[in-house]
Design a protein around this ligand. Structure first.
Ligand code: MLC
Ligand code: AMP
Length: 501
């Protein structure tokens, strides 16, 4: 038996002394250097006592070392569980306990707080690559006998929030990751001569399983930036051939007068996803650079589902066609029956990309993953006469801010717990930079006076800062329909302009 994930993404580059990660200071990590680091890490984790199938929870800043933990997990058969660096200790504790992770890697600054909450083994890995974990690994051998795994064995858990406010661990297999990446590599014409400008975080599907896996499977290299900064991106673009980003990357570039046709002349492909790219952004980008952004659509649970064509028309406001090995249908939300093209309904997908279910949540899995393999995405869409898929809305109460998902329920539960708050509703409103941003609408208990700034501060103790409502407003009562359900559409209309300048 082989190890599909390791062999396809990593093992295939053994011995290559060519650059894999190009750092903005001019230094580089070669494929061989990276694989050696991954093997040292695999040895260290095995010595800690983990066995194949065990989860490794990783909440560390983006660095070559952080990425090498992914390689280590692939080689030794551990399940890689990357976590957003913005998550608070409360959030992290839930993920570690829920997943049963046997090892947590975190920044040294967070170790003391996490040690108080968790019994789990904790080692540190800081943003400069130092830490107790690197120390443990430093004298380990540069080689590791790759552990055989079956294509259906689990490779990663990615946590995704839910409409109930409780995060769920999406279980992804080796084949989920490899099949999708090989499809995208071919579709987007990636080869070993490509240099991808990588400014995304590596704890979500986009930066990890789209960007990094495509680079790994094509043998390309990447300019590995710690995060998105428009000035540095503009400086680096002439050294790259492709870039992937969320729409906020593209609007921020367009806001910068240094971003011109000349600075992007070397790029053969700009790709956008994770949130809707406005038609006006698509058009303004083409006017400025001559490039048409290729928009694609995916999810944590499915990796990528659709893509605009590489050679054909990249149609603004659409997410293109289903990937060659992905079936996509539009269905009636009540009956589940397939709807004819042109009609709006829920988007369902089936294929080798679709995950195995939510970790230890069979009832949640059953709600979204049908027995015949179709996954109900929660997105609403339609297929036009030319076969392009349009996403027209969401059947799930979700806000996407700068490419990060925010589930209102999760924030409402914390707001409702604040002293003096009777009830709350969190809605997404348009925001020029982030696309959408949350606004919290509060109702006070009779006689209570609410300190809105104090509430915002209190909420930030338990929720990651990117989830915090950018604005809190106080109302007498929430609008409800005759069934007593809060009418969020009414609230969205009321506050639609609060961030318009
Ligand atoms: C940061 N902040 C955000 C935010 N990012 N607030 C709302 N939404 C966001 N996305 C807040 C911070 O908490 C902080 O608040 C302040 O903004 C500045 O923080 P920062 O770190 O300096 O922000 P910045 O670097 O400007 O980050 C913005 C960003 C980043 C757009 C570059 O969010 C980003 O890289 N987004 C990409 C997300 C992504 O990869 N999504 C893919 C999901 S996978 P304060 O209060 O502390 O000042 C997926 C599937 C698919 O969806 O199809 O791809
Ligand atoms: P996540 O759970 O973080 O993986 O987010 C997945 C969700 O992001 C999808 O269900 C969509 O709602 C949204 N999404 C991803 N790509 C696009 C896109 N190109 N256009 C619109 N929405 C998108």
């Amino acid at each position: 038996m082989t190890n599909l994930l390791y062999d396809t993404f990593f093992g295939v580059h053994a011995g290559k002394e060519t650059p894999f990660l190009r750092m903005t200071d001019g230094s580089a990590v070669t494929h061989a250097g990276f694989l050696g680091m991954g093997s040292r890490f695999a040895n260290a984790i095995r010595e800690i006592g983990l066995v194949p199938g065990d989860r490794v929870a990783v909440q560390v800043a983006k660095s070559p070392e952080a990425l090498a933990v992914y390689a280590a997990c692939a080689q030794a058969g551990f399940v890689f569980l990357p976590l957003n660096t913005a998550y608070t200790a409360d959030e992290l504790t839930y993920f570690v306990e829920n997943s049963g992770a046997k090892l947590v890697l975190c920044d040294a600054a967070d170790q003391a707080e996490l040690s108080k909450r968790l019994q789990t083994r904790i080692e540190t890995l800081n943003k400069d690559g130092t830490g107790s974990f690197t120390e443990l690994a430093k004298d380990q051998p540069n080689a590791f006998a790759t552990v055989p795994r079956a294509p259906d064995d689990l490779a990663a858990f990615l946590y995704t929030s839910g409409t109930t406010g409780r995060s769920k661990g999406a279980m992804l297999t080796q084949n989920n990751l490899v099949s999708n990446s090989l499809t995208l590599t071919k579709l987007w014409h990636f080869t070993e001569t490509d240099v991808l400008l990588h400014a995304l975080p590596i704890f979500h599907t986009h930066g990890l399983f789209v960007a990094t896996n495509v680079v790994l499977s094509s043998g390309a290299s990447m300019i590995f930036m710690p995060g998105f900064d428009a000035e540095t991106v503009i400086d680096q673009l002439p050294h790259a051939t492709a870039m992937m980003g969320v729409p906020t990357f593209y609007t921020r570039l367009l806001d910068n007068p240094r971003f011109t046709k000349e600075t992007s002349a070397q790029i053969r492909l700009f790709i956008s996803g994770s949130a809707p790219l406005l038609e006006e952004t698509h058009k303004a980008f083409e006017e400025r650079t001559g490039h048409r952004i290729l928009e694609r659509y995916g999810m944590t649970e499915t990796n990528m589902n659709t893509s605009n064509p590489y050679d054909g028309e990249r149609r603004a406001g659409t997410v293109g066609f289903p990937l060659p090995d992905v079936e996509l249908k539009i269905t009636d939300a009540t009956t589940g029956a397939r709807l004819p093209d042109g009609e709006i309904g829920q988007i369902e997908v089936r294929g080798p990309n679709v995950f195995q279910g939510y970790w230890q949540m069979p009832e949640k899995t059953a709600e979204e993953l049908r027995e015949d393999g179709f996954f109900i995405t929660g997105d609403l869409g339609q297929i036009d006469a030319d076969g392009y898929v349009h996403i027209v809305g969401r059947n799930k109460d979700l806000i996407i801010s700068g490419g990060y998902n925010i589930y209102p329920k999760e924030i409402e539960l914390v707001l409702d717990d604040q002293p003096g708050v009777l009830e709350s509703a969190v809605i997404g409103v348009p925001h020029a930079d982030f696309g959408e941003t949350p606004v919290g609408v509060l109702v006070a208990e009779a006689g209570a006076t609410l300190d809105l700034d104090g509430i915002r501060e209190a909420v930030s103790q338990s929720l990651a800062r990117f989830k915090l409502p950018r604005k809190l407003v106080l109302v007498e009562a929430l609008p409800r329909n005759t069934m007593g359900k809060v009418q969020k559409n009414v609230l969205r209309d009321m506050y639609a302009d609060v961030f318009k300048t």
